[in-house]
Design a protein around this ligand. Sequence first.
Ligand SMILES: *Cc1c(COP(=O)(O)O)cnc(C)c1O
Length: 372
Amino acid sequence: MKYPFLQLSDVNAPYAEQLKEAAARVIDSGWYLNGNETKALERELAQVCQTTHALTVSNGLDALRLIFRAYIRLGRLHEGDEVIVQANTYIASVLAIHDAGLTPVLVDPSESTYNLDSSLIERSITEKTRAILVVHLYGTPCWDSKIKEIAERHDLLVIEDNAQAIGALADTPGLNGTNPTGGLGHAAAISFYPTKNVGALGDAGAITSSDTQLIDTARALANYGSDRRYHNIYQGFNCRMDEIQAAFLRVKLRHLDDESQARHLAACAYDEAITNPLIRKPEIFEGMRQVWHQYVIRCEERDRLRQHLLDNGVGTDIHYATPPHMQPCYEGTFSNPLPMTERLADQIVSLPIATITPSDAQAIAHLINTFK
Ligand SMILES: *Cc1c(COP(=O)(O)O)cnc(C)c1O
């Protein structure tokens, strides 16, 4: 295939030498958990997200689970509280809310941003609502003055699912384009799953927050509930990040800006070159920086378009074909209608983006334009 959807070896090839050096450094150190690499990565992540703290953990789902469970320990959330989340997210966002004994309330996304529709949030708020989980889906910040204002007025925690958007900048009123995702709300979860914009060579994740109590509680919960050696204040878990993954991630994080810029140029090339009226392109917004974890177009005859591209050597994917509320594990759980989520699930197609140059994007756009 000329343009596979995503080839992880291609993603990591430019950094192979630096990754091997990082691995050798950890192997030779004899220190494989809770060491200098995870500590340094925590400082570097806090800097990227402009928070005072970061906590390295095992994966993105665990980062979310720990945030919710830590806020329960701190008395900020209670079992049965409702958490608003967009219905077209990856299932991990919903699983984390449930896992902590909280109740996810699914809300349809906006057709223009694919993120939480702020005009639909208010009508989903009840006397049990205590938090909003904003998901920066596909690398587009889910943040506007309305979300901020609603959260403040109803005294809601704002938790960010930043799994797809590290390096993105939100458009915050009064602070144009300078607010990184991961530092917008009270606490945020990052995933370093290998396909994410900053990918480990295995599983890894992180929490970023300027709430010291939240970070201290999550850190203890992630390490058997211990606040110091052999002293357990909580019935905790083991959610630590390996030193070797932290060393790899420090290499990858150094190149985040270049990688985001390359994705931006590919997205702009797609945007300029795709002219087929059967295709709806994603919006490129002024005033914020999107990091294009996915470049998602829409087509009413999605499956026929995918076949056309496949026949011409272009791999595509769907994020996500079956929304969480339609998964077998949630049968009978959610009863509110989610027409936009279901319509999008039938129409969306993700084009290759991770290692795509502007000229690759033009060639793929040309193939899309021949679809009729
Ligand atoms: C990938 C992802 C997660 C989960 O991250 P893992 O590291 O795979 O556990 C959570 N939320 C969203 C939106 C994701 O894309």
